[in-house]
Design a protein around this ligand. Sequence first.
Ligand SMILES: CC(C)(COP(=O)(O)OP(=O)(O)OC[C@H]1O[C@@H](n2cnc3c(N)ncnc32)[C@H](O)[C@@H]1OP(=O)(O)O)[C@@H](O)C(=O)NCCC(=O)NCCS
Length: 181
Amino acid sequence: MPQIRLRKALLDDVPVLDNLIAASARGLSAGFYAPEQVELALTGAFGVDRDLIRDQTYLVAEQDGRPVACGGWSRRRVLFGSDAGGPCRSGGDLTPGRDPAYIRALFVHPDVARRGIGRAIMAVSEAEARLNGFLALELMATLPGVPLYDALGYSPVERHTHPFPQGGSIDFVRMRKDLAG
Ligand SMILES: CC(C)(COP(=O)(O)OP(=O)(O)OC[C@H]1O[C@@H](n2cnc3c(N)ncnc32)[C@H](O)[C@@H]1OP(=O)(O)O)[C@@H](O)C(=O)NCCC(=O)NCCS
């Protein structure tokens, strides 16, 4: 059985994570998004946000030393998007106890999908957010991501249509989970 190890992402990981995220989105979005939507999403809506790496809230899952998944949480008021062009990138910080923390940029390589790695990254992210005083979590789910978050107790808040600057759009679902109680 291959060993999975979770660790904090490093800025040096970014080129490898860029490739991993592209492989994940291209390989696991079939039936949910058209290939053109995935390619446009990879120019800004999907990707690495280096702020999370600097904050040490972004995780990499390695299988036998090879990065196979990434994802994390954030105290920053940016709900989704890479630092290459995501939306609303200057919102300040979320307040523990009052605001939800955000789950961000969870991507699993198709070779290792459905083996519990997404669930494991979520468990660590939720635990760290809770340790930092957050009582709820929100995220902008891709349509292929919804079954995972549903299984983990997240509820849909609203459907969101994200317009691409180049034209066209992609649908997401904003979801929330309360940690208190
Ligand atoms: C969504 C994603 C992160 C799930 O990661 P994963 O490691 O395959 O998920 P897990 O194996 O931890 O699944 C945990 C549970 O979630 C649910 N689930 C996950 N993927 C599912 C799928 N494709 N269909 C139905 N249920 C699914 C199941 O309940 C599963 O438990 P089970 O396997 O015991 O039935 C992965 O499919 C992915 O990277 N997708 C492409 C990128 C993306 O859209 N990311 C979400 C960004 S918001």
